[in-house]
Design a protein around this ligand. Structure first.
Ligand code: KG4
Ligand code: ZN
Length: 358
């Protein structure tokens, strides 16, 4: 089964062709991502109207290239998938309307995909991981622990009470004068820094629930920046490293708690730990969680960085997973600015936001 995927929810325009085989394994036939960083850089953040227009300008060319790279035409496709939210609604409309037009003209099933579901299912494309699994979803707009029972069966176990983790990285980057998007820049600085120089708080450490919080940590970074101003190179690196260490320890504590809770309270065994979303590209976080998972005897899967950040192969794959189960959408599917994965869970403060990238 071959599916075209389209991603336009934020500041990446992306198109990809993914194959799902009968045994449930996947293959990326093509995967093209065009970042809008240059368009937004003068504003220090994402301008929604500029994002939507940039998607319109390049999406058709990107789709044509993805088809060419994969050596397919519309007649060889079994479905067309687009991210229908959550995200900046102007951009979502561009991708979803394009997918609807293709579906209509070529008589293909439409898959209106939740962007978060695409992140959640990526490890099945890259590693063919079996259900169920514990998912740590960490992106610019979301920070959640989810129980993934099957396609469409998502239970939120915990969430951030304030900032998303990617958002915290982006804000710290701004405080350190590093630019945008901040995650990779903070982590590059951290590599050369001394993580023990500043004793930043480890938010939520030891708490019984499975929630996260990063705003206090961010405030601590701001105070340290002010106290040490003007910052020299080594101090920037030390603050970045100390911040990253605090984040890694806090996240590891939350994940360890989730694993213990699932095992003790719910008697669940035989699940893997999967990490997804843009911040899963962070090396320090990946390494810390890998060590933790090994210690606790839980299989650990994290997709390669290029499939953790926004792309269309993940959208196409989520489409293929749904199509294989007959979960198709009609052409009336609406673009959604907000769209929780676990729609039964009570929204917590800060959840379902558009995120720092917006
Ligand atoms: O999933 P994603 O590409 O977009 C959203 O859906 O939000 O995540 C983007 C976020 C940004 O906040 C970016 O700073 C962060 O992921 N990020 C990182 C790294 N690479 C991207 N954060 C920390 N370390 C990284 N290496
Ligand atoms: Zn994302």
């Amino acid at each position: 089964m071959l599916v075209l995927g389209i991603e336009t929810t934020c500041d990446e325009t992306a198109a990809a062709i993914v194959e799902r085989r009968d045994d449930g394994s996947g293959r990326i036939a093509s995967n093209i991502v065009r970042s809008q960083d240059a368009e937004h850089a003068p504003y220090g953040g994402i301008v929604p109207e500029i994002a939507a227009r940039a998607h319109v300008n390049v999406l058709d060319t990107l789709i044509a290239r993805a088809m060419k790279d994969a050596g397919v035409n519309f007649a060889s496709l079994q479905g067309v998938a687009a991210a229908a939210g959550p995200g900046l609604v102007g951009g979502v409309i561009v991708g979803l309307t394009t997918a609807k037009a293709i579906a209509l003209v070529h008589n293909l099933p439409l898959l209106a995909i939740n962007h978060l579901e695409a992140h959640a299912l990526t490890a099945r494309l890259t590693d063919n991981v079996k259900f169920p699994y514990l998912l740590l979803l960490v992106s610019g707009g979301h920070t959640q622990l989810l129980w993934i029972g099957d396609v469409g069966q998502y239970r939120r176990l915990g969430s951030t009470l304030d900032d998303a983790l990617g958002e915290a990285f982006d804000k710290v980057a701004k405080l350190l004068g590093l630019g945008f998007p901040g995650g990779p820049l903070v982590s590059a600085q951290a590599a050369a820094g001394d993580a023990t120089r500043f004793a930043f708080p480890r938010p939520m450490l030891g708490r019984d629930d499975l929630n996260f919080s990063f705003s206090g940590l961010k405030t601590a970074v701001r105070q340290t920046v002010q106290t040490n101003a003007p910052l020299d190179g080594p101090t920037i690196a030390d603050i970045a490293a100390s911040f990253e260490a605090a984040v890694a320890e806090s996240v590891q504590d939350r994940v360890a708690r989730a694993i213990a809770m699932l095992r003790d309270d719910e008697g669940r065994k035989g699940f893997s730990l999967v990490v997804a979303g843009g911040v899963a590209a962070n090396e320090k976080l990946r390494a810390g969680l890998k060590t933790l998972a090994e210690r606790l005897g839980v299989p650990f899967i994290v997709p390669p960085p290029a499939l953790c950040t926004d792309n269309a192969a993940t959208i196409a794959w989520a489409g293929a997973e749904r199509l294989a189960r007959g979960l198709v959408d009609d052409l009336g599917a609406a673009p959604r600015a907000r769209w929780a994965l676990d729609e039964k869970a009570v929204p917590l403060l800060g959840s379902g936001r558009l995120g720092a990238k917006a």
